[in-house]
Ligand binder design. Structure first.
Ligand code: PLP
Length: 362
């Protein structure tokens, strides 16, 4: 089986796994401590959590605090539902290609919701004017379906000029490229070779939020509930590794991208070629029956769109937003590769995918 679905999730780094084991059992038998307990078991676990927090914080710009959550979806909910402008009833503007964690949350609220259009490349125009009532702007750094990289620094200036906060979903950027500055930033461990079940919200210093989960007052009162030292340690180890390997990983992925563009010569790329994370290849061929192709290449794990949307039968909102017809959107596949993808894996997978497309007369 060849895994080429790195936008859905990434393989756990061995270093992250090792870091976690110590806090599941541990050679000295104290790995199970509650990090919020005052005795030695608790203090040791708390030290592991704080080391992990520092390692995760190092991925972000300086000047903020990392709050651990169960996933990026929870972090995004805390940012949107917990920030002052939204609680005061001001409008929310979000790019048309945001992940459902942002989109559905903004839509579910009674506040006015203003989608921000993207162009055919999948990019937001940072100079586009914001409606006067907007108090929160949400723009992701790297898109999960088409990999496009938004001009977040410029969008931040526009949001600030409009007196709005900026939330950046950096889930697909974290550990791959430097995270852009925003007021609130959400990331997820499992997208950067850490464990599932933990994410983080970074909050700029000086900004206050209302908690969504109340109880024991953990995470500075913003997210009650006992933290898992194992998940935190795995997240921290994965973040540290990603920071150390950012350049070599990017070089490896660039080599895979260059080869992939040759291997998938007859396909059309969805989204910008250049303003893009090159570990994401979203391709289409007119007339392609994607369900048939996926069943013909069962030994290669790729996606028909975003993992969340695929299976719903609905054409991808992201592909529609860049101007694809429903038919063209349904002719698209997403191939994602990364740190642990070998060149030979990519070549074998491309041969299988191209052969399957040919059996459809393409
Ligand atoms: N945002 C983006 C861009 C994603 O790709 C994902 C996961 O698919 C999420 C948010 C949600 O992350 P999590 O699985 O940690 O809730």
């Amino acid at each position: 089986m060849i895994y080429l679905d790195y936008q859905a999730t990434t393989p756990l780094a061995p270093e992250a796994r090792d870091a976690m084991l110590r806090w599941l059992d541990g050679p000295d038998g104290v790995g199970f401590g509650n990090p919020h307990s005052p005795h030695r078991y608790g203090r040791q676990a708390a030290a592991a959590v704080e080391l992990a927090r520092d390692r995760v914080a190092a991925l972000f710009p300086p000047g903020g605090t990392v709050i651990f959550t169960s996933c990026a979806t929870e972090a995004i909910n805390l940012a949107i539902r917990g920030c002052k402008p939204v609680r005061a009833g001001r409008g929310i503007a979000a790019s048309a290609i945001e992940h459902a964690a942002v989109w559905d949350t903004a839509e579910a609220l009674p506040n006015a919701f203003h989608p921000i259009a993207v162009d055919r490349e999948g990019l937001v125009d940072p100079a586009a004017e914001l409606p006067a009532d907007v108090g929160l702007v949400a723009v992701m750094q790297v898109n999960n379906e088409i990999g496009t990289i938004q001009p977040v620094a410029e969008i931040a200036r526009t949001a600030k000029a409009a007196g709005a906060l900026l939330l950046c979903d950096a889930v697909q950027a974290a550990g791959r490229i430097p995270i852009a500055m925003a007021d609130m930033i959400a990331i997820s461990a499992h997208k950067l070779h850490g464990p599932k079940g933990i994410g983080a919200l970074w909050v700029r210093d000086g900004l206050t939020l209302e908690p969504l989960i109340t109880g024991g007052g953990q995470e500075g009162g913003l997210r009650s509930g006992t933290l898992s030292p194992a998940l935190c340690a795995g997240f921290g180890a994965a973040a540290k590794l990603a920071a150390e390997r950012m350049e070599p990983d990017a070089a490896h992925i660039e080599a895979l991208w260059t080869r992939a563009r040759d291997l998938f010569d007859g396909w059309t790329l969805n989204g910008s070629e250049t303003a893009r994370w090159h570990g994401n290849l979203n391709l289409r061929q007119e007339g392609l029956d994607v369900a048939r192709l996926l069943s013909d290449v069962r030994d290669v794990a790729i996606s028909a769109g975003s993992a969340c949307a695929s299976g719903s039968g609905k054409p991808s909102r992201v592909l529609q937003a860049i101007g694809l017809s429903d038919k063209m959107a349904k002719n698209s596949i997403r191939i994602g590769f990364g740190r642990y993808t070998g060149m030979d894996d990519l070549e074998l997978a491309a041969a299988a995918i191209n052969a399957a497309a040919r059996t459809q007369g393409l």
